[in-house]
Design a protein around this ligand. Structure first.
Ligand code: HSE
Length: 297
């Protein structure tokens, strides 16, 4: 009658895949406990690790869970306890972890009536509350693991992509908060055709690189020419951190989600650790406090 969950952090977007390409991190995430309750509806009874509202309609886990519950007749309700480990506004899918965990757990306790795609759609309602836009690139990998591609939003069509064995992510999180809604508000609504051509070329190359286990192709394709140039001004030392990662041998580097976290992908764990050390060497003299995570992806 209850389920305890690990709700993973995610990098999404991954570089050239704005709002479509995400990947799950298995070394950082929240915990959640969900139990059936004789009281109908959703109640969030406890949150530790973050100052977030318990009120269902104001909490991403609550909104996502309620949207699932509204879609069926259920004679009982659910209580949710959230143990946040992912900092809000960090760029590694804090709200998505909560939304995905809530719908996954409740679906399990109901006997799994919903498909993964349906769960993504419910979880997106929580994301809409957090960012003002119901994007799926974080909730999809949080629910499905690995790399995911949102091929289409209407209708929702999400694909799992393979990941070559030696691919690792380094994520450095400078301790400032960037609200996703703000990082979306600065974006332009029109894209010059030449930039679009570069971006979809890179996205196709990256997907092919993942299938072909072609690390050089992954490296050539890991560039976002549309969103990163605009958003990177919100992140202290972004250019220097990215340069340090590339100089250390990372395959590529970019903004994780809407920032301020910066990710780099590397071939091999040793390389990912060395890249993390190079990134740290930029922030330490600047006096910027940070967290760092290394994860096989
Ligand atoms: N794809 C979204 C964005 C993710 O970059 O705005 C934010 O969590």
């Amino acid at each position: 009658n209850e389920i305890r969950l690990f709700c993973p952090a995610t990098i999404a977007n991954v570089a050239c895949g704005f709002d479509v390409l995400g990947v799950c991190l298995d070394t950082v995430g929240d915990e959640m406990l969900i139990r059936k309750s004789p009281i109908k509806g959703i109640r969030i009874t406890k949150i530790t690790g973050a100052n977030l509202p318990l009120e269902t309609t104001k909490n991403v886990a609550g909104v996502a869970a309620q949207s699932l519950l509204d879609s069926l007749e259920c004679p009982y309700g659910f209580e949710i306890e959230i143990y946040k480990k992912i900092k809000a506004g960090s760029g590694i899918g804090s709200s998505a972890a909560s939304a995905a965990g809530a719908v996954f757990g409740i679906n399990h306790l109901l006997g799994s009536p919903y498909t993964q795609t349906q769960l993504i759609a419910f979880a997106m309602q929580g994301e809409a509350l957090a960012s003002g836009a119901p994007h799926a690139d974080n909730v999809a990998p949080a629910l499905m693991g690995g790399f995911t591609l949102v091929r289409s939003y209407t209708p929702l069509d999400v694909l799992s992509l393979p990941s070559p064995e030696h691919l690792f992510a380094t994520v450095i999180h400078p301790q400032i908060e960037v609200k996703t809604a703000d990082a979306r508000a600065v974006l332009k609504q029109q894209i010059p055709l030449a930039k679009a051509i570069q971006q979809w070329g890179n996205l196709g190359g990256l997907v092919s690189g993942l299938y072909e286990k072609d690390y050089d192709l992954i490296a050539r394709s890991l560039e976002d020419v549309i969103v990163e140039p605009i958003r990177s001004v919100l992140i202290p030392g972004f250019k220097e951190v990215k340069e340090a990662a590339l100089k250390q041998g990372a395959l590529g580097s970019g903004i994780s989600g809407s920032g301020p976290s910066i990710f780099a992908l590397s071939k091999g764990k040793e390389q990912a650790i060395a890249v993390g050390e190079a990134m740290q060497r930029v922030y330490t003299p600047m006096g910027v406090a940070f967290d760092i995570h290394i994860s096989r992806i």
